[in-house]
Ligand binder design. Structure first.
Ligand code: NAI
Length: 724
């Protein structure tokens, strides 16, 4: 056996071998080189000592069962290392397969999360038992990192549950199941309440199945639901790529495509060939750029952001017990729900008791839905609702240790509501505003303790959106920042931290995307192509439809205020080519967006979109204008990426991880890019390639595409955007 083994062999007198996964050099077990060597040595020993073995149990000495691939290593694999990556993957697969086919019962005792590689070890076992530990998750989330499960995950799920279920339940969405839901969906065989019960169940399985093997290794086994070689199945098969195509909308996500191909091809060949096919499709993803982008954002950046790289150190944690939410409208109601769900007492205040009550009813609605889907219990629902007290009486806010204001977007009104309550809440209560546009520094002038005042910008719908943008005003103290950070974590959301500035980071940058889409309509581009370009670039919402949702009047108001402020300060207003289009839409055609019943789209009586407004073609589209499709996509992506670099230059942003996470999780910047700055890092030709292309766009479409100095300097120095 190798010296640095990551697996301990513990054999009892009855002949049961427990393989304890326990990498001595890491806090979690991963499929690294050491694991490759260890599992090979284990397979050797199991074969050599077969006669003394009655059964094998995989379990782990770590908090999680097994974490999956080693992502740090994976980030370094370029096309030159493809063969080596392929060989390593195949070697691990072969070892797992040797243990699986030894002829002895193999049980996975999942003591904690088994995601990716962890669940693949479980799949290579004949029996899977999960400990019902809180927060424990089971599944194959590789697709969310731009990869596919290549430790036999595709090959075995297809054989276990059939192509359709494997794709829909496990592979294409990367769903992470709780142990109970994993049981309901056939990912595990049993759930245990305690570690002792789990091991007893493992032992019982071995006692009753002395010669166990996988169902697919039994002669005559048929993959559930059939395979493409069956004519009935083959007839339905084209629907898969078609559905996937529709889902992806042409956006460049290679992983789902490879997963689909791998599942279908692998189902038609023998097990060993299927494993090789899986390794090939995986290596292609691993050596490509999209997986690197997604691993950077959804693993490293997310971890940095959530673990508090931005939180001032030395401020003690003090969980919020009772929060005042001011304003029970769309945002206030959602904030109240999210806080109550995290166990915080909520006093939800509006101008009238009725309005406050309506805000609480929003939680009732969400909970009724969750109950009908089995996502909550009646007891949990009742407890959550009991934590929300609707009121119109400021006196009820006594005892609150945090305030989140979400009244109308009006500085004077916000000042007034804080004045009304600041002497009623706890004397050191954290004071937050959910404003989406007003400067935090100005709002802080209305309270007696500006040092405790901070922006807490939620996104709509609050119960679903995972991000909160924390905005530091000029006078915000470190203590307030740390407490705001902790509050966001307390309600299980992801915080990014930015400095006060017009539109902060998120509203400002998404504005660039929308303006660019609208500008193209103004230049005479076909509006349907503009929408299609946004979809194909990977944006979750098409650009003109998003403009309609936000209304045309709101950005116009912000724009006019910004212009006034700049001119009053003696500056010149550069303007944007979209300005004239928005003005015409509102002033000449009276089209203000969805809430006004007419915008870039037409709307039916029921408020549903009824196609792009035909007037756009008549008044804006020019037959002599064609903007290359690639330019359309990149104008949107570049406009946001370039403005994010300016946010770094202006110190609105202070970290790369914040930029990447904020853009993908807050404002729909396409996930395949890994975020606004990772997009630049991963662009063809790196930073110099990006700079060259930005200059080309500037030449063709306007000076706003000129690369900022920070970007040019970094490109010249051969650097990338990183916090390291
Ligand atoms: P809304 O119009 O749905 O709700 C505002 C609520 O404040 C109403 O229920 C109103 O009765 C209440 N209110 C007014 N005066 C009050 C007072 N003196 N005391 C207590 N309550 C009072 O507005 P929405 O959309 O919830 O927005 C609220 C805030 O959140 C605004 O500052 C907005 O800019 C910001 N925001 C909005 C987002 C959105 O997507 N709608 C996203 C992020 C921030």
């Amino acid at each position: 056996m190798t010296e640095s083994t990551t697996i301990r062999w513990e054999q009892d007198e009855s002949g049961i071998v427990t393989l304890v996964l326990d990498d001595p050099n890491q806090s979690a077990n991963t499929m690294n080189q050491a694991f490759k060597d260890s599992i090979a040595a284990i397979a050797d020993r199991a074969e050599a000592e077969k006669d003394s073995i009655r059964g094998i149990v995989y379990t782990s000495a770590k908090k999680t069962f097994f974490a999956g691939g080693d992502l740090k290593d994976m980030m370094k694999v370029g096309p030159e290392q493809a063969q080596r990556a392929f060989d390593t993957g195949m070697a691990i697969k072969r070892s797992l397969r040797r243990i699986e086919t030894l002829g002895k019962p193999v049980v996975a005792a999942l003591n904690g999360a088994a995601l990716g590689g962890g669940y693949e070890i479980a799949l290579a076992s004949h029996h899977r038992i999960a400990l019902d530990a809180p927060g424990s998750k089971i599944g194959l989330p590789e697709v969310t990192l731009g990869l596919l499960p290549a430790g036999g995950g595709v090959t075995r799920t297809v054989r276990l549950m059939g192509i359709a279920d494997a794709l829909l339940k496990v592979l294409l969405q990367g769903t992470q199941y709780s142990p109970r839901r994993a049981l309901e969906n056939g990912l595990v065989h049993e759930v245990a309440a305690t570690p002792e019960e789990m091991l007893a169940k493992a032992r019982a399985f071995i006692d009753t199945h002395p010669e166990s093997h996988q169902p697919w290794d039994v002669k005559g086994y048929k993959i559930p639901g059939g395979t493409p070689s069956n004519p009935r199945f083959a007839a339905n098969l084209p629907a898969f790529p078609a559905n996937l195509k529709k889902q992806l909308n042409g956006a460049p996500y290679p992983a789902p495509r490879n997963i689909l191909a791998c599942a279908v091809e692998g189902a038609q060949v023998d097990f060993e060939t299927a494993q090789t096919i899986e390794a090939r499709y995986f290596t292609e993803l691993l050596t490509g750029q999209t997986a690197k982008n997604m691993i950077q954002a959804f693993f490293f950046d997310l971890q940095a952001v959530n673990s508090g790289a931005n939180r001032p150190q030395g401020v003690a944690q003090r969980p919020v017990r009772k929060v005042a939410v001011l304003g029970a409208g769309m945002m206030g109601a959602g904030i109240a729900y999210s806080c109550a769900r995290a166990g915080i007492e909520v006093v939800l205040k509006d101008v009238s008791a009725d309005a406050a009550q309506r805000g609480k009813e929003y939680s009732e609605k969400l909970l009724a839905k969750a109950l009908s889907r089995g996502r909550t219990t009646e007891a949990e629902r009742d407890e959550l609702l009991a934590r929300i007290t609707p009121t119109a009486d400021p006196a009820d806010l006594s005892g609150c240790d945090a305030v989140i204001e979400a009244v109308f977007e009006d500085t004077a009104l916000k000042h007034k509501v804080f004045q009304e309550i600041q002497d009623i809440v706890e004397p050191d209560a954290l004071l937050c505003s959910n404003t989406s546009t007003l400067p935090i520094t100005v709002l802080a002038e209305g309270v007696s303790r500006p040092v405790d005042f901070i922006g807490l910008h939620f996104f709509s719908p609050v119960d679903k959106m995972p991000l909160v943008e924390i905005i530091k005003g000029e006078r915000t103290g470190d203590e307030a920042l740390a407490r705001a950070f902790d509050l966001v974590r307390q309600i299980n959301k992801t915080p990014i931290v930015v400095n006060d500035s017009r539109g902060f980071f998120t509203s400002r940058v998404i504005g660039q995307f929308i303006n660019e889409g609208v500008a193209m309509v103004g230049e005479g581009a076909d509006p349907a192509s503009v929408e299609q370009a946004a979809a194909q670039a990977g944006y979750p919402a098409k650009v003109l439809s998003l403009m309609d949702e936000l209304t045309l009047t709101l950005p116009r108001k912000i724009r006019d205020e910004t212009r006034r402020a700049i001119e009053e300060a003696g500056g010149t207003w550069a303007g944007h080519p979209s300005d004239a289009v928005i003005d015409r839409m509102v002033d000449e055609f009276g089209r203000t967006g969805r809430s006004g019943g007419a915008g870039f789209y037409a709307y039916g009586e029921d408020g549903r979109r009824a196609g792009l407004w035909p007037g756009l073609r008549e008044h804006f589209t020019r037959s002599d204008v064609t903007i290359p499709f690639e330019d359309m996509k990149e104008r949107m992506l570049f406009s946001e990426a370039l403005d994010s670099v300016r946010c770094l230059e202006e110190n609105v942003l202070t970290s790369v991880a914040d930029a990447n996470i904020g853009s993908v999780m807050g404002i729909g910047f396409p996930a395949w890019t890994g975020g606004v700055l990772q997009y630049i890092n991963g662009y063809e030709g790196g930073l110099p390639g990006f700079v060259a292309r930005a200059r080309e766009l500037a030449e063709k479409y306007g000076e706003r595409f000129q690369p900022p100095a920070l970007l040019v300097e970094k490109a010249e120095r051969g650097e990338v955007f990183t916090d390291a």
